[in-house]
Every structure is written in structure tokens, then in C-alpha cells.
Design a protein around this ligand. Structure first.
Ligand SMILES: [Zn+2]
Length: 236
């Protein structure tokens, strides 16, 4: 690989040396990459402000084995409305962090890229039920990356009759006959979560969920993501 040009999302930014930035990019063609933007923190730098968190950018870089070198960058969208509210920023950042943890380096991953792009557009539009949309994006991303949680039947015995518990280490729901520990959830909530995975993201808000179910769902997804992050970092 030599010099490459393409679109990317900024997943992570760190200051480096006196005036550089090290950025984690999710590119369309080359997946997750870590790159250095030299002098980007210098006053009047051409790259200044381009590589802020969650920005959608066009980037030109020299591909290297470890750390790519950014030669040019331009902003496509900085999502000003999304970033105008701390709630939507935190929500989008949690999905960015998930991608940073789960994406393999240097591997094209079109499906998660499209889901993330769609999510940021929806948050920028400030769709109603955006929290549910954000949750759906997380579930969809883990699913397309091969970790779809099982929400339709007990992962152990296949029973579709509850009551169920969600067990992160088992990757899904387990009936109370098979497992004693986990997060209790109703069959209705399990099916709603399943629907969030299958529905197109712009329609995620249509799935009916109670407010208390939504916070339980967030808790459960969070535990599952931690479990996934733990296992993927142990195996890589
Ligand atoms: Zn069972």
C-alpha cells in the first residue's frame, strides 16, 4: 500500500508530542486504522479541527504497518446539531468506542460503517426515540460483527417459554430452568431487542418499548459489550 484517499469517521483522538495528533479512523475501504496528523494542533495548521471526535472526514494518508501518516484531511461533516447536546454526544461516543474495541485493524467492514454513518445522520436530525435508535445501532453492529445476541430462545435448551435471564457470558437469554444467574427480562423485551436488530435503523424508534425497559436494555447491552471487549482483547 502506498498513498490512499478515502472517507473515514474519527473514533479516537490523542495528543502526541508537541503538536501532533494520533487518531483512530474508521475508513470505508481499509477499516480501522491508526494514523498520525503531524502538526495538527499547531495554530493555523491545515489539519486543525478536521480530526475532532466523531467527525466525518476525507483523508489522504501514507499507509504504514503500524501508524499511517496523514498528509491531507478535509471535513465532510462535523455533526453540529448532534454535538450541540451532551446526551447525543455521549450516545454516539459509546458507539464509537464499541467500534474501536471490536473492529479488527486494517480490515474493510462495510456493514458496521454504514450503520454508524446512518446513526450519526439520525442523531444529527434529532429523531424522536434517538436513545432507542442508538441502542439499536449497537446491537446491529455487534450482530454484523458476528456476535449477535440470542433473544428468541434459551441458548441452552432452545425453549421459547420464559421466564428468561440474559447471561452475557452465554451471549443471550437462558431460561430460568437452565441458569440461575443473570439479568431478568421479559419475553416481550427480549423480542423487542431482537426486532431492533432486524429492523432498518431509521425504523428502530417504531419498536414499542417502555421507559424502564429501555434503561434495563441499556444495562444489559452494556454488560454484553464489556463481555465481548474482554473476550476479544484476550484472544487478540
Ligand atoms: Zn433453557
Amino acid at each position: 500500500m502506498g498513498i490512499e484517499r478515502g472517507e473515514a469517521f474519527v473514533l479516537r483522538v490523542r495528543d502526541f508530542a508537541e503538536s501532533d495528533l494520533i487518531v483512530t479512523l474508521f475508513t470505508t475501504e481499509w477499516g480501522k486504522r491508526t494514523a498520525i496528523a503531524k502538526g495538527a494542533r499547531r495554530f493555523k495548521s491545515r489539519l486543525g479541527g478536521v480530526f475532532d471526535l466523531l467527525n466525518h472526514v476525507e483523508v489522504v494518508f501514507y499507509a504504514k504497518a503500524q501508524l499511517d501518516l496523514i498528509s491531507q484531511g478535509a471535513l465532510i461533516s462535523g455533526y453540529p446539531r448532534l454535538k450541540g447536546s451532551i446526551d447525543t454526544v455521549l450516545a454516539a461516543l459509546s458507539v464509537g468506542k464499541l467500534l474501536d474495541r471490536l473492529l479488527p485493524a486494517h480490515q474493510r467492514e462495510q456493514a458496521p460503517y454504514m450503520i454508524f454513518e446512518q446513526l450519526l445522520d439520525l442523531l444529527e436530525e434529532r429523531v424522536p426515540q434517538w436513545e432507542q435508535t442508538n441502542l439499536a445501532a449497537m446491537l446491529k453492529i455487534v450482530s454484523v460483527l458476528g456476535h449477535r445476541p440470542q433473544f428468541t430462545a434459551c441458548v441452552h435448551c432452545g425453549s421459547t417459554r420464559g421466564p428468561f435471564r440474559f447471561v452475557p457470558t452465554r451471549g443471550g437469554i437462558v431460561c430460568t430452568k437452565c441458569e440461575g444467574e443473570g439479568i431478568n427480562l421479559s419475553r416481550g423485551l427480549a423480542l423487542s431487542l431482537n426486532a431492533l436488530i432486524d429492523r432498518p435503523l431509521p425504523r428502530a424508534g417504531i419498536v414499542r418499548m417502555k421507559k424502564e425497559d429501555l434503561s434495563l436494555a441499556h444495562e444489559l447491552v452494556d454488560l454484553y459489550l464489556r463481555e465481548l471487549a474482554g473476550t476479544t482483547s484476550r484472544t487478540t
